[in-house]
Design a protein around this ligand. Structure first.
Ligand SMILES: Nc1ncnc2c1ncn2[C@@H]1O[C@H](COP(=O)(O)OP(=O)(O)OP(=O)(O)O)[C@@H](O)[C@H]1O
Ligand SMILES: [Mg+2]
Length: 384
Protein backbone atom coordinates (compact mmCIF):
# COMPACT_ATOMS: atom_id res chain seq x y z
CA UNK A 1 0.00 0.00 0.00
CA UNK A 2 2.96 2.37 0.46
CA UNK A 3 2.84 3.59 -3.14
CA UNK A 4 -0.85 4.39 -2.79
CA UNK A 5 -0.15 6.86 -0.05
CA UNK A 6 2.73 8.76 -1.62
CA UNK A 7 1.37 9.10 -5.16
CA UNK A 8 -1.28 11.80 -4.69
CA UNK A 9 -3.74 9.09 -3.79
CA UNK A 10 -7.36 10.21 -3.88
CA UNK A 11 -9.52 9.01 -1.02
CA UNK A 12 -13.24 9.63 -1.58
CA UNK A 13 -15.26 10.23 1.58
CA UNK A 14 -19.02 10.16 1.30
CA UNK A 15 -20.35 12.98 3.51
CA UNK A 16 -18.41 15.79 5.09
CA UNK A 17 -19.87 16.19 8.56
CA UNK A 18 -17.65 16.28 11.65
CA UNK A 19 -16.60 12.66 11.14
CA UNK A 20 -15.59 13.38 7.55
CA UNK A 21 -13.71 16.50 8.64
CA UNK A 22 -11.73 14.66 11.32
CA UNK A 23 -11.03 11.79 8.92
CA UNK A 24 -9.79 14.22 6.24
CA UNK A 25 -7.48 15.87 8.81
CA UNK A 26 -5.99 12.47 9.70
CA UNK A 27 -5.59 11.62 6.00
CA UNK A 28 -3.71 14.83 5.41
CA UNK A 29 -1.03 13.62 7.88
CA UNK A 30 -0.24 10.92 5.33
CA UNK A 31 -0.50 13.28 2.36
CA UNK A 32 -3.61 11.52 1.12
CA UNK A 33 -5.82 13.74 -1.04
CA UNK A 34 -9.39 13.78 0.24
CA UNK A 35 -12.40 14.21 -2.01
CA UNK A 36 -15.59 14.79 -0.06
CA UNK A 37 -19.16 14.45 -1.33
CA UNK A 38 -21.66 16.55 0.59
CA UNK A 39 -24.70 18.57 -0.45
CA UNK A 40 -24.00 21.36 2.03
CA UNK A 41 -21.58 24.00 0.74
CA UNK A 42 -20.66 24.83 4.36
CA UNK A 43 -20.24 21.23 5.57
CA UNK A 44 -17.55 20.83 8.27
CA UNK A 45 -15.10 19.02 5.95
CA UNK A 46 -15.17 21.67 3.27
CA UNK A 47 -12.35 23.78 4.74
CA UNK A 48 -9.96 20.87 5.34
CA UNK A 49 -10.46 18.48 2.41
CA UNK A 50 -8.61 18.64 -0.90
CA UNK A 51 -11.79 18.91 -2.94
CA UNK A 52 -15.43 19.26 -1.97
CA UNK A 53 -17.94 17.98 -4.50
CA UNK A 54 -21.43 19.24 -3.83
CA UNK A 55 -24.14 16.66 -4.21
CA UNK A 56 -26.41 14.21 -2.47
CA UNK A 57 -25.11 10.90 -1.07
CA UNK A 58 -28.57 9.50 -1.78
CA UNK A 59 -28.58 10.20 -5.50
CA UNK A 60 -27.42 7.31 -7.70
CA UNK A 61 -25.79 9.35 -10.45
CA UNK A 62 -24.08 11.76 -8.03
CA UNK A 63 -22.54 8.96 -5.95
CA UNK A 64 -21.57 7.02 -9.07
CA UNK A 65 -19.82 10.00 -10.72
CA UNK A 66 -18.13 10.91 -7.44
CA UNK A 67 -16.80 7.36 -7.04
CA UNK A 68 -15.32 7.41 -10.52
CA UNK A 69 -13.08 10.36 -9.59
CA UNK A 70 -11.31 8.69 -6.66
CA UNK A 71 -8.91 5.78 -6.09
CA UNK A 72 -10.59 4.37 -2.99
CA UNK A 73 -14.05 5.13 -1.70
CA UNK A 74 -15.22 5.13 1.90
CA UNK A 75 -18.05 6.75 3.89
CA UNK A 76 -18.73 8.44 7.20
CA UNK A 77 -22.51 7.94 7.17
CA UNK A 78 -24.71 4.91 6.58
CA UNK A 79 -27.41 6.50 4.49
CA UNK A 80 -25.69 6.16 1.10
CA UNK A 81 -27.07 5.11 -2.29
CA UNK A 82 -26.06 1.43 -2.22
CA UNK A 83 -26.93 0.76 -5.87
CA UNK A 84 -24.33 3.31 -6.97
CA UNK A 85 -21.73 1.70 -4.70
CA UNK A 86 -22.62 -1.75 -6.07
CA UNK A 87 -22.19 -0.56 -9.66
CA UNK A 88 -18.84 1.08 -8.88
CA UNK A 89 -17.66 -2.07 -7.13
CA UNK A 90 -18.76 -4.25 -10.03
CA UNK A 91 -16.66 -2.01 -12.29
CA UNK A 92 -13.62 -2.59 -10.09
CA UNK A 93 -13.65 0.44 -7.78
CA UNK A 94 -12.14 -0.23 -4.36
CA UNK A 95 -14.78 0.52 -1.73
CA UNK A 96 -13.94 -0.08 1.92
CA UNK A 97 -15.91 -1.14 3.93
CA UNK A 98 -17.69 -3.42 1.47
CA UNK A 99 -21.07 -1.93 0.42
CA UNK A 100 -22.78 -5.24 1.19
CA UNK A 101 -21.99 -4.66 4.87
CA UNK A 102 -23.53 -1.23 4.60
CA UNK A 103 -26.62 -2.84 3.04
CA UNK A 104 -27.02 -5.08 6.10
CA UNK A 105 -26.46 -2.24 8.55
CA UNK A 106 -28.70 0.29 6.75
CA UNK A 107 -31.66 -1.96 7.52
CA UNK A 108 -31.99 -2.44 11.27
CA UNK A 109 -34.02 -5.59 10.53
CA UNK A 110 -31.21 -7.24 8.52
CA UNK A 111 -28.76 -6.03 11.14
CA UNK A 112 -30.71 -7.72 13.95
CA UNK A 113 -31.06 -10.90 11.89
CA UNK A 114 -27.31 -10.94 11.38
CA UNK A 115 -26.75 -10.78 15.15
CA UNK A 116 -29.23 -13.59 15.69
CA UNK A 117 -27.65 -15.80 13.01
CA UNK A 118 -24.20 -15.28 14.52
CA UNK A 119 -25.14 -15.79 18.18
CA UNK A 120 -24.48 -12.14 19.05
CA UNK A 121 -26.81 -11.33 21.98
CA UNK A 122 -29.43 -8.74 21.00
CA UNK A 123 -32.90 -7.88 22.36
CA UNK A 124 -35.56 -10.28 20.94
CA UNK A 125 -37.45 -8.69 18.04
CA UNK A 126 -40.27 -9.07 15.52
CA UNK A 127 -40.95 -7.35 12.21
CA UNK A 128 -44.04 -5.34 11.33
CA UNK A 129 -44.99 -3.98 7.90
CA UNK A 130 -46.79 -0.91 9.30
CA UNK A 131 -48.33 0.81 12.31
CA UNK A 132 -51.73 -0.86 11.85
CA UNK A 133 -50.15 -4.33 12.19
CA UNK A 134 -48.63 -3.31 15.52
CA UNK A 135 -51.97 -2.03 16.80
CA UNK A 136 -53.77 -5.21 15.80
CA UNK A 137 -51.04 -7.33 17.44
CA UNK A 138 -51.66 -5.37 20.64
CA UNK A 139 -55.45 -5.76 20.34
CA UNK A 140 -55.07 -9.49 19.74
CA UNK A 141 -52.79 -9.72 22.80
CA UNK A 142 -49.87 -10.93 20.71
CA UNK A 143 -47.76 -7.95 21.70
CA UNK A 144 -47.40 -6.57 25.22
CA UNK A 145 -46.25 -3.25 26.67
CA UNK A 146 -43.60 -2.04 27.14
CA UNK A 147 -41.69 -2.33 23.86
CA UNK A 148 -39.34 -0.34 21.63
CA UNK A 149 -40.23 0.22 17.97
CA UNK A 150 -37.52 1.05 15.42
CA UNK A 151 -37.88 2.06 11.79
CA UNK A 152 -36.01 -0.43 9.65
CA UNK A 153 -34.30 2.30 7.65
CA UNK A 154 -33.45 5.98 7.86
CA UNK A 155 -33.25 6.51 11.65
CA UNK A 156 -30.40 8.34 13.40
CA UNK A 157 -29.77 10.16 16.67
CA UNK A 158 -32.81 8.53 18.21
CA UNK A 159 -35.17 9.66 15.41
CA UNK A 160 -36.67 6.42 14.18
CA UNK A 161 -36.97 4.98 17.70
CA UNK A 162 -40.23 5.00 19.70
CA UNK A 163 -40.34 3.79 23.29
CA UNK A 164 -43.88 2.56 23.91
CA UNK A 165 -44.53 2.02 27.62
CA UNK A 166 -48.34 1.85 27.52
CA UNK A 167 -51.41 2.63 25.41
CA UNK A 168 -50.96 6.37 26.03
CA UNK A 169 -47.70 6.21 24.04
CA UNK A 170 -49.33 4.68 20.94
CA UNK A 171 -49.55 8.04 19.10
CA UNK A 172 -45.73 7.92 19.07
CA UNK A 173 -45.76 4.81 16.84
CA UNK A 174 -43.72 5.25 13.67
CA UNK A 175 -45.08 4.73 10.16
CA UNK A 176 -43.60 2.24 7.74
CA UNK A 177 -41.75 -1.08 8.08
CA UNK A 178 -40.29 -1.46 11.55
CA UNK A 179 -39.08 -3.90 14.13
CA UNK A 180 -40.39 -4.12 17.64
CA UNK A 181 -38.03 -5.28 20.33
CA UNK A 182 -38.13 -6.08 24.02
CA UNK A 183 -37.38 -3.15 26.26
CA UNK A 184 -34.06 -3.78 27.99
CA UNK A 185 -33.66 -2.66 31.63
CA UNK A 186 -30.60 -0.60 30.85
CA UNK A 187 -28.03 0.03 33.58
CA UNK A 188 -25.41 1.49 31.23
CA UNK A 189 -24.87 2.08 27.53
CA UNK A 190 -21.39 1.15 26.35
CA UNK A 191 -19.53 1.38 23.09
CA UNK A 192 -16.58 -0.45 21.59
CA UNK A 193 -14.91 0.70 18.39
CA UNK A 194 -13.06 -2.07 16.65
CA UNK A 195 -10.88 -2.04 13.54
CA UNK A 196 -9.97 -4.81 11.13
CA UNK A 197 -7.72 -4.75 8.07
CA UNK A 198 -7.65 -7.05 5.06
CA UNK A 199 -4.94 -9.15 6.69
CA UNK A 200 -7.57 -10.02 9.28
CA UNK A 201 -5.76 -8.15 12.06
CA UNK A 202 -8.31 -6.95 14.62
CA UNK A 203 -7.90 -4.33 17.36
CA UNK A 204 -10.40 -2.73 19.73
CA UNK A 205 -10.40 0.58 21.50
CA UNK A 206 -11.10 0.52 25.25
CA UNK A 207 -14.77 0.29 26.28
CA UNK A 208 -16.45 3.65 26.79
CA UNK A 209 -19.43 4.53 28.92
CA UNK A 210 -22.05 6.60 27.06
CA UNK A 211 -24.26 8.77 29.21
CA UNK A 212 -27.41 9.92 27.44
CA UNK A 213 -29.27 13.23 27.59
CA UNK A 214 -32.88 12.05 27.99
CA UNK A 215 -34.38 15.21 26.43
CA UNK A 216 -32.30 15.18 23.27
CA UNK A 217 -31.72 11.40 23.17
CA UNK A 218 -28.09 12.11 22.27
CA UNK A 219 -24.92 10.95 23.98
CA UNK A 220 -24.13 13.67 26.49
CA UNK A 221 -20.96 12.43 28.13
CA UNK A 222 -18.57 9.68 27.22
CA UNK A 223 -16.15 8.25 29.75
CA UNK A 224 -13.02 6.32 28.85
CA UNK A 225 -12.19 3.89 30.28
CA UNK A 226 -15.68 2.75 31.37
CA UNK A 227 -15.85 1.86 35.05
CA UNK A 228 -17.10 -1.70 34.59
CA UNK A 229 -15.99 -5.12 35.81
CA UNK A 230 -13.05 -6.65 33.93
CA UNK A 231 -15.23 -9.58 32.81
CA UNK A 232 -17.79 -7.21 31.24
CA UNK A 233 -15.02 -5.28 29.50
CA UNK A 234 -13.52 -8.47 28.09
CA UNK A 235 -16.89 -9.72 26.92
CA UNK A 236 -17.79 -6.45 25.16
CA UNK A 237 -14.45 -6.48 23.35
CA UNK A 238 -14.80 -10.15 22.47
CA UNK A 239 -18.28 -9.52 21.00
CA UNK A 240 -17.14 -6.49 18.99
CA UNK A 241 -14.19 -8.44 17.59
CA UNK A 242 -16.39 -11.43 16.79
CA UNK A 243 -18.89 -9.17 15.02
CA UNK A 244 -16.34 -7.43 12.77
CA UNK A 245 -14.81 -10.81 11.92
CA UNK A 246 -18.22 -12.42 11.25
CA UNK A 247 -18.98 -9.50 8.93
CA UNK A 248 -15.63 -10.19 7.24
CA UNK A 249 -15.25 -6.46 7.26
CA UNK A 250 -12.30 -4.12 6.69
CA UNK A 251 -12.57 -0.72 8.32
CA UNK A 252 -13.94 0.63 11.55
CA UNK A 253 -17.01 -0.71 13.33
CA UNK A 254 -18.63 1.03 16.31
CA UNK A 255 -20.64 -1.40 18.41
CA UNK A 256 -23.20 -0.01 20.86
CA UNK A 257 -24.15 -2.19 23.83
CA UNK A 258 -26.70 -2.18 26.61
CA UNK A 259 -25.50 -3.48 29.96
CA UNK A 260 -28.69 -4.57 31.69
CA UNK A 261 -29.44 -4.42 35.40
CA UNK A 262 -28.43 -8.11 35.69
CA UNK A 263 -24.98 -7.39 34.25
CA UNK A 264 -25.73 -8.97 30.86
CA UNK A 265 -24.55 -7.37 27.62
CA UNK A 266 -26.79 -6.92 24.56
CA UNK A 267 -25.67 -5.49 21.24
CA UNK A 268 -27.97 -2.59 20.38
CA UNK A 269 -26.65 -1.57 16.99
CA UNK A 270 -23.44 -1.06 15.09
CA UNK A 271 -22.08 1.44 12.57
CA UNK A 272 -19.35 0.65 9.98
CA UNK A 273 -17.69 4.07 10.20
CA UNK A 274 -16.02 6.43 12.65
CA UNK A 275 -18.31 7.20 15.56
CA UNK A 276 -19.23 9.93 17.98
CA UNK A 277 -18.16 7.63 20.82
CA UNK A 278 -14.58 7.68 19.47
CA UNK A 279 -13.87 11.41 19.40
CA UNK A 280 -11.84 11.19 22.62
CA UNK A 281 -9.36 8.85 20.90
CA UNK A 282 -7.78 11.89 19.17
CA UNK A 283 -6.17 12.96 22.44
CA UNK A 284 -6.59 10.11 24.88
CA UNK A 285 -5.43 7.05 22.91
CA UNK A 286 -2.12 6.45 21.12
CA UNK A 287 -3.93 5.96 17.78
CA UNK A 288 -7.08 7.96 17.01
CA UNK A 289 -10.12 6.23 15.51
CA UNK A 290 -9.52 8.26 12.33
CA UNK A 291 -5.93 7.12 11.93
CA UNK A 292 -7.03 3.57 12.76
CA UNK A 293 -9.70 3.71 10.07
CA UNK A 294 -7.07 4.79 7.52
CA UNK A 295 -4.74 2.02 8.66
CA UNK A 296 -7.59 -0.47 8.28
CA UNK A 297 -8.84 0.63 4.87
CA UNK A 298 -5.29 0.92 3.45
CA UNK A 299 -4.42 -2.47 4.95
CA UNK A 300 -1.61 -1.13 7.11
CA UNK A 301 -0.80 -2.67 10.51
CA UNK A 302 -3.29 -1.39 13.10
CA UNK A 303 -2.03 1.09 15.68
CA UNK A 304 -1.81 0.85 19.45
CA UNK A 305 -5.06 1.51 21.32
CA UNK A 306 -3.39 2.01 24.68
CA UNK A 307 -4.82 4.84 26.80
CA UNK A 308 -2.53 7.83 27.24
CA UNK A 309 -4.79 9.46 29.83
CA UNK A 310 -8.38 8.84 30.99
CA UNK A 311 -10.85 11.18 29.32
CA UNK A 312 -14.39 12.46 29.24
CA UNK A 313 -15.92 13.70 26.01
CA UNK A 314 -18.94 15.98 25.87
CA UNK A 315 -20.81 17.00 22.76
CA UNK A 316 -21.17 20.70 22.31
CA UNK A 317 -24.86 20.93 21.44
CA UNK A 318 -26.80 23.93 20.20
CA UNK A 319 -28.45 25.57 23.20
CA UNK A 320 -32.24 25.06 23.22
CA UNK A 321 -34.07 28.23 22.23
CA UNK A 322 -31.39 29.45 19.81
CA UNK A 323 -31.33 29.11 16.05
CA UNK A 324 -29.21 31.08 13.58
CA UNK A 325 -25.59 32.01 12.85
CA UNK A 326 -23.51 30.47 15.61
CA UNK A 327 -21.48 32.12 18.33
CA UNK A 328 -19.69 30.49 21.22
CA UNK A 329 -19.79 31.73 24.79
CA UNK A 330 -17.24 30.84 27.48
CA UNK A 331 -14.33 29.64 25.36
CA UNK A 332 -11.73 31.59 27.35
CA UNK A 333 -12.92 30.27 30.72
CA UNK A 334 -13.15 26.72 29.36
CA UNK A 335 -9.65 26.76 27.90
CA UNK A 336 -8.31 27.97 31.25
CA UNK A 337 -9.13 24.55 32.72
CA UNK A 338 -6.19 22.17 32.43
CA UNK A 339 -6.71 19.25 30.09
CA UNK A 340 -9.58 20.81 28.10
CA UNK A 341 -9.44 20.25 24.33
CA UNK A 342 -11.99 22.06 22.17
CA UNK A 343 -13.16 20.92 18.73
CA UNK A 344 -15.52 23.22 16.80
CA UNK A 345 -16.92 21.62 13.68
CA UNK A 346 -17.48 24.85 11.75
CA UNK A 347 -21.23 24.51 11.22
CA UNK A 348 -22.48 28.02 10.51
CA UNK A 349 -26.01 27.65 11.82
CA UNK A 350 -26.85 26.45 15.31
CA UNK A 351 -30.15 24.74 16.20
CA UNK A 352 -31.36 23.27 19.48
CA UNK A 353 -29.29 20.13 20.26
CA UNK A 354 -27.39 20.24 16.93
CA UNK A 355 -23.91 18.74 17.35
CA UNK A 356 -21.72 21.83 16.89
CA UNK A 357 -18.49 20.52 18.37
CA UNK A 358 -17.09 18.43 21.17
CA UNK A 359 -14.80 18.83 24.14
CA UNK A 360 -12.42 16.19 25.38
CA UNK A 361 -11.14 16.59 28.92
CA UNK A 362 -8.03 14.67 29.91
CA UNK A 363 -7.04 14.06 33.51
CA UNK A 364 -5.20 11.51 35.62
CA UNK A 365 -8.51 9.89 36.61
CA UNK A 366 -11.82 9.62 34.78
CA UNK A 367 -13.57 11.12 37.84
CA UNK A 368 -11.45 14.23 37.71
CA UNK A 369 -12.01 14.52 33.94
CA UNK A 370 -15.74 14.14 34.55
CA UNK A 371 -15.83 16.96 37.13
CA UNK A 372 -13.98 19.25 34.74
CA UNK A 373 -16.30 18.28 31.88
CA UNK A 374 -19.31 19.23 34.05
CA UNK A 375 -17.70 22.63 34.65
CA UNK A 376 -17.15 23.15 30.93
CA UNK A 377 -20.72 22.12 30.25
CA UNK A 378 -21.93 24.99 32.41
CA UNK A 379 -19.50 27.53 31.00
CA UNK A 380 -19.39 26.82 27.27
CA UNK A 381 -22.61 27.63 25.39
CA UNK A 382 -23.50 27.54 21.71
CA UNK A 383 -25.93 30.35 20.94
CA UNK A 384 -27.20 32.34 18.00
N1 LIG B 1 -34.51 -2.32 23.33
C1 LIG B 1 -34.32 -1.17 23.98
N2 LIG B 1 -34.60 -1.08 25.30
C2 LIG B 1 -34.45 0.07 25.97
N3 LIG B 1 -34.00 1.22 25.42
C3 LIG B 1 -33.68 1.20 24.12
C4 LIG B 1 -33.83 0.01 23.31
N4 LIG B 1 -33.44 0.30 22.07
C5 LIG B 1 -33.08 1.60 22.06
N5 LIG B 1 -33.21 2.16 23.28
C6 LIG B 1 -32.85 3.55 23.65
O1 LIG B 1 -32.97 4.39 22.52
C7 LIG B 1 -31.68 4.91 22.13
C8 LIG B 1 -31.58 5.04 20.62
O2 LIG B 1 -31.68 3.76 20.02
P1 LIG B 1 -30.76 3.33 18.80
O3 LIG B 1 -29.33 3.47 19.21
O4 LIG B 1 -31.18 2.02 18.30
O5 LIG B 1 -31.20 4.44 17.75
P2 LIG B 1 -30.44 5.38 16.75
O6 LIG B 1 -31.39 6.42 16.33
O7 LIG B 1 -29.84 4.56 15.69
O8 LIG B 1 -29.36 5.98 17.65
P3 LIG B 1 -28.08 6.82 17.48
O9 LIG B 1 -28.02 7.36 16.08
O10 LIG B 1 -28.32 7.90 18.52
O11 LIG B 1 -27.00 5.90 17.86
C9 LIG B 1 -30.68 3.94 22.74
O12 LIG B 1 -29.41 4.52 22.89
C10 LIG B 1 -31.38 3.59 24.06
O13 LIG B 1 -31.20 4.62 25.01
MG1 LIG C 1 -27.61 4.24 18.83
Amino acid sequence: MENLVIAGFKLGIIAGGQLGKLLALAASNWDIKTYVLDADEHCPATDVCTKHIRGSHLDFETVYQFGKQVDLLTFEIENVNIEALRKLKAEGKRIVPNPEILAVIQDKGLQKEFYEQHQIPTAPFRFFANKAEIISAINEKQLEFPFVQKSRTGGYDGRGVAVINNAADLPLLLEGPSLVETQVHIARELSVIVARNQRGQVKSFPVVDMVFNPDANLVEKLVCPADIPKATENEAIMLAEKLISDLNMSGLLAVEFFLDTNGKLWVNESAPRPHNSGHHTIESIITSQYEQMLRAIFNFPLGSTTIKLPSVMINLLGEPGFEGPVHYEGLTESLAIEGVKVHLYGKRITRPYRKMGHITVLATTADEASKKADQVKHILKVKA
